[in-house]
Design a protein around this ligand. Sequence first.
Ligand SMILES: *[C@@H]1O[C@H](CO)[C@@H](O)[C@H](O)[C@H]1NC(C)=O
Ligand SMILES: *[C@@H]1O[C@H](CO)[C@@H](O)[C@H](O)[C@H]1NC(C)=O
Ligand SMILES: *[C@@H]1O[C@H](CO)[C@@H](O)[C@H](O)[C@H]1NC(C)=O
Length: 332
Amino acid sequence: MHFCSLPIFGLLSLLLPLTKALAPTHLVYEFPNGTWIENLAVRSCGSVLLTIITSPDLYLINPLSHSPKPVHLHHFDSALWLVGITETTPDTFHLVAANGTFATPAPAPGSNRIYTVAFPPNSDTPRISLAATLPEAQLLNGLTTLDSTTILAADSQKGVVWAINIITSRSRIVLNDPLMAPGPLLPTLGINGLKLRGSTLYFTNSAQALLAKIEINPDGTAAGKAIVVARSPTGANFDDFALDWRGDAFLATGPGNSIEEVGSDGEPQVIIAGIVNSTEIAEPTSAQFGRTAADREVLYVTTGGGLAAPVDGDEIVGGQLVAVDTDGLWRV
Ligand SMILES: *[C@@H]1O[C@H](CO)[C@@H](O)[C@H](O)[C@H]1NC(C)=O
Ligand SMILES: *[C@@H]1O[C@H](CO)[C@@H](O)[C@H](O)[C@H]1NC(C)=O
Ligand SMILES: *[C@@H]1O[C@H](CO)[C@@H](O)[C@H](O)[C@H]1NC(C)=O
């Protein structure tokens, strides 16, 4: 259900003081009920890779096509779920596969693996290979790219960041800060999404309901202590996020059913899309901006469909890919 009529917008913006102008959204595609889309990576050609948590499946969808339909790329037999995904060199991606399930969101010990998904030139059929196993990792979640051979992985349960060399398969813990730790309400979900801008690593912590940042060295180790950028005003636990070209964060608010924009120093902090009581963006999980001339200002958002926190307490839809048009939002 989409609450698009003006009276409802008007009513809800009175109830939700953080909501100012909401960006228009459109549903690119909705998967079947019971599908939780966990993360996404936008290819330079415009199509979008989607990782699923409710089954170990990787999809590709072109949101710029006339009637977007996902193409099933791969079923990872060795795992039960797929989580974070990041690109290192052009059209070469890496993702986390492990034996977690939606019902027990702590993977089987020793089951975390990184796979490489590499597209040959002008091809939509990737070569998929095992890049690394991380026997000591607990719940690998968001990924980001440190350099062309090294990725950083958030370990939500251990509350640390791993650096993984995807060529040598070597991995080690590089960051361990109290702001990355899980908490009593979500004992396996501390640090969740992470994104690098220059030497500043931004990250969300779901259990602590905050966005933080930490200065890092070229090898990923800490060059300071982490500091809080913003806390969730509603307590809705932040999931993954995107950074725009000037460093503003666009956070998936999970059960908040919205996208919250936070300036690089914490101000302003506003909901720019979605409404808590609408399935328009039902339990968002991650976001990334488009990369072609046609969609650079479109924020692509993945959702879990309300599977963990049904909208209005009882509404569940299939996991969605939603396009949020941020064009009109940009302030001068
Ligand atoms: C989706 O599944 C949930 C249970 O998993 C159910 O409560 C809900 O009614 C379903 N929605 C639709 C549209 O089928
Ligand atoms: C993970 O799950 C797969 C698929 O069920 C299974 O083959 C594999 O043995 C499991 N690995 C671990 C470490 O539990
Ligand atoms: C919004 O949904 C929540 C449950 O998710 C409910 O407690 C609240 O009353 C709803 N608010 C409105 C305005 O419908």
